[in-house]
Design a protein. Sequence first.
Length: 530
Amino acid sequence: MTIEIKGRLEVIQTITGAFTKRANCIMNRDTGQYYEKNVSCFQVDMGDGRLVWNRIDNGKIAFNYTEQKWQLIKFLESSGLLKGIYDTNKTMGYFLKDENVVWLKERFDTSQSIPCVSLELATKLGYTSSLWDEFLYNKNSLSPEQFRALKQPRIVKYRNLAFNYNASADNSAFIKIKEQYALTDVPISNREQDVSKLLFGKSFGIELESRNGSLLEKDLGRLGLVPLKDGSLRLNNGEEPYEYATVPFYGAKGLATIKHICKELSERCVFDEKCSLHIHLGNVKYDELTIIAYYMLIQTIQEELYSIFPQYKRSEMEYLGTPKNYNSPLPNIGLLTNNLFKKNYDSSVEFNTDVHKYFTKIVNWLTDGQVQEFPMWNTNETYHPLGGTKWNIHSRYFLTNFNNLVFSNTRTCEFRLSNSTFNYTKIVNWLFICIGIITFAERYSKEIISRKMKPTLNDILDGYKTSFGFYSFDDVLGTEISNYLKDYVEFRKVAIKKANSEGDWLARNIEFGEIDKNFKFDNGIISNIL
């Protein structure tokens, strides 16, 4: 259709049905159809330096979404780009395979999948995610039964990762994911950057046990999560749910990643009372004297620590019928009677000999009494006298595990008491409580060992106010964090006490299910550490 103006064809109707000036168009001589420049036809590099107008329906060109330009298909197909959907009209184009790309299936029973440039676009097009696999399915093609099934958590085996018990250097999945995470750019807020200073240079690793469900393999690298076996989680049907362990996290990037981990786990996995959350702290002091201080401090406050977790964590055998307890209290092994800072020593050698005597008591306990005499400790020694099979080392199963600190090159102290949670607030709060305990023991080891101080958990958390003595005054951020954590501890004590009085040994008033997922804590000043 054309409109004649002053004897000339000025306005024409293009192949798309739109009206525009003829001067802006190119006509196809075979069909007589008009194509508007840069709308339905584009100048394309022909590979020899020539830019030639090509219409979009000639079967020779396609849109490079990544570079936002039209190119010859023969070049695009050899470029390594994906061919998939990039707009709401389901137009097929080419784009880079990155973490934003999702894969679509039109039917429940098909093996064919189509790349889509983003989850946001897939959602607009009517596709829904699955907890079975990495695909999104067309909701219009799903029966109600199929839709419900796809939304049920499921343990899916990872195709490209080895499945091991430990996140360590001999686990190829650990190495692969650690490398991927190192290359991941995690957005960091100013708050996360500021608060990361209160980690005091310590690294941290988190182990999160699940009962059912699986994270997507493509997400593990950016989350820094390694899927592991754990025999204690094995189901009656023989299936082994995943324990997800982070690679070592550091600073603000590690803190920022926790939020993304919690989001994915909350959406795709579930846990129950038989699952736990463990935190490993690294870059800690591990000389003999400081390890003695760690033990004595935690032994001093362990009853208070039990009071902020559900009653069953004190004895899983009694409350859950498990074959053993996993978080027993630290026993009295004779450290409380030491006279290290009361006795007058003639030399440092004599003092160090006595320190080693008390340190040997810890080693004796860690080795189930098999090591009575322990030569001067070689901190390069990483072999445990009971071997490398961790479930045979009974001293692991206490509220704090010191074995890695003494017998592993990771030199981490493991806090095991927390029940499992995918809640961001709970994990971060417990992390900073653990950081506070270790840092307090490092700073005040002499006072702890000499028993000049018998601190409470509140005393320990007060240490954040001065960065555990680094400042001679109360720092604003440290004081804010200190007060928040103390209020949180008091809140948990009250909630656990109430649950116990009602016979609720699992503390379902603050733990598990939707209550855990939606849990928040606001002390009237801040609603979260980060």
